[in-house]
Ligand binder design. Structure first.
Ligand code: 13P
Length: 340
């Protein structure tokens, strides 16, 4: 394990107020989003959309790393230039999603376990050769009646830790993502309780598997009221709950924390990230690793049409810039809209 290289990569990923762009939806997820907008669900449409994203002018001013999916890391621009080269020329580090999805968990109705550990060491070698320098694994924790169970949290935390150890062995910075879903009627207090248990368990397993904390990035959910909870927490309440939960459960040695957006609107995700950075000085860089909150508006403008590419790219760059501003506590709702 090259300790210095891991630490250096982790630090670059969260430096200069930049954040990560998650563009690693699996083909089925990407197809579902395309279907909603009437975009053809073909490999070529997915490639064209990914090309739109990676060729967005000036993207590297706000984005330090992009997380790709297995199909995407092998794809090229229409002129044959690989996406990896385009990203690298833009100063953006390539990352790769390594899990193969959250599957139904045996003996645990309505809960998921993330798979992908079998054969992972061999898959890693190929991605490193291709130029990836960091990776992602997402565990999914659902809040509901009597769930999450201890069994679900433990099994997912152990898988995250085993994945992270394998990544560090070959010099890839692992992004460790235990996502507590925002779906449900639960209160923000319940989200806090579950997020705390998940983080505590994950760091216990990271310690047991000897993962070097300085060479990883945590990707947590923000602590939020459930999507259909009748009482929605304010910006300040979300910022307080989120940062307190992190302060109590995440060692200061971790190089960076990059939030997922998890289905929040683009504006709310930026406003909450802003409140978090405005109100607290924390031991870690607190940044973003958003997917939908950065590129969903662009997808809706694009609609699969070449004529809309430039407008869609402007919208995408705008969201990236909003989140870069939010890291500095300088995001204003007035920045909303698509102008850059
Ligand atoms: P969202 O920001 O759309 O939740 O995606 C982030 C991600 O990488 C989920 O694994």
């Amino acid at each position: 394990m090259n300790v210095q290289k891991l630490i250096e990569t982790a630090k670059i990923l969260v430096a200069d107020y930049k954040g990560l762009l998650a563009m690693d939806e699996s083909n089925p997820t990407c197809n579902k989003r395309f279907a909603k907008l009437g975009i053809p669900q073909t490999e070529e449409a997915r490639r064209a959309y990914r090309e739109l994203i990676v060729t967005t002018p000036s993207l590297g001013n706000y984005i330090s790393g992009a997380i790709l999916y297995d199909e995407t890391i092998r794809q090229q621009k229409q002129d044959g230039t690989s996406f990896i080269k385009i990203l690298s020329d833009a100063g953006i580090i390539t990352g790769i999603k390594l899990d193969i999805g959250a599957k139904d968990m045996a003996g645990h109705p309505e809960e998921k376990i993330t798979e992908g550990l079998d054969g992972l060491r061999d898959r890693l070698k190929e991605y490193v050769q291709m130029g990836a320098r960091f990776a992602k694994w997402r565990a999914v924790i659902t809040i509901g009646d009597r769930i999450p169970s201890r069994g679900c949290i433990e099994a997912n935390a152990q898988a995250l830790a085993r994945y992270a150890a394998l990544c560090q062995e070959v010099g890839l910075v692992p992004i460790v993502e235990p996502e507590v879903l925002m779906d449900g009627e639960h209160t923000i207090e319940r989200c806090y309780q579950v997020t705390e248990e998940a983080l505590h368990t994950v760091f216990n397993h990271l310690y047991t598997q000897q993962v070097m904390l300085e060479g990883m990035i945590l990707k947590p959910n923000m602590v939020l009221s459930g999507l259909t909870c009748s009482e929605q927490a304010s910006l300040d309440e979300v910022a307080n709950a989120t940062v307190n939960c992190l302060l109590r459960n995440v060692p200061a040695a971790v190089s960076g924390i990059a939030f997922l957006s998890g289905g929040q609107s683009s504006e709310l995700a930026s406003a909450r990230l802003n409140a978090i950075n405005l109100r607290f000085k924390s031991p870690w860089a607190l940044t973003f690793s958003f997917g939908r909150a950065i590129h969903q508006p662009a997808l809706e403008i694009w609609q699969g049409k070449e004529a809309n590419v430039s407008k869609a790219q402007q919208a995408l760059l705008h969201r990236a810039k909003c989140n870069w501003a939010a890291r500095q506590g300088e995001y204003k709702a007035a920045m909303a809209g698509t102008g850059v």
